[in-house]
Design a binder for this molecule. Sequence first.
Ligand code: HEC
Length: 144
Amino acid sequence: MLRRMSAVVVSVALLVVIGCGGGNENAESDTGKAQVQQQQPAAKPKAALKKGDPIKGKTLYMQSCSACHGADGKGIKGIGKDLVHSEFVKQKTDEELLHYVIVGRPVNDPLNTTGIPMPPKGGNPALTDEQILDIIAYIRTIQE
Ligand code: HEC
């Protein structure tokens, strides 16, 4: 009985490992990873994202984002979008927004609505992940 059980556990684990092989990042493989981690405690989960500091974020926002998104975050017509009322910002997690800001959104991206590119890191390559998370934390405070 025990042997059968462990055989089942092993084959489930194998399936999970195979399932993750494709590198797809859907919710299913996420749960898969969690199961694998239970059996291999050495494989640490990705470091949890540090919560940004909205106070630092405000300064950084003013320096790197306000030229296009406005000092009030409501966007400048023809240059940058309203972030205060952005459903996109509302719906995305901090991690997703971090990725978004790093990559930006070129005009050929189907999600681009203005025909103007959002430059990677707003055109400031010196911004670190931590600083971008600060900016995201700040944007969360001005969202309506
Ligand atoms: C040179 C102008 C410019 C700068 C600087 C800039 N952006 Fe943008 N950003 C844009 C444009 C244009 C869009 C809209 C692209 C589109 O049509 O989807 C955009 C879109 C966005 C969006 C998506 C909004 C939505 O509702 O789809 C976010 C989030 C964002 N920017 C964050 C930032 C942050 C954070 C910074 C500062 C680090 C920044 N941007 C700097 C021009 C800029």
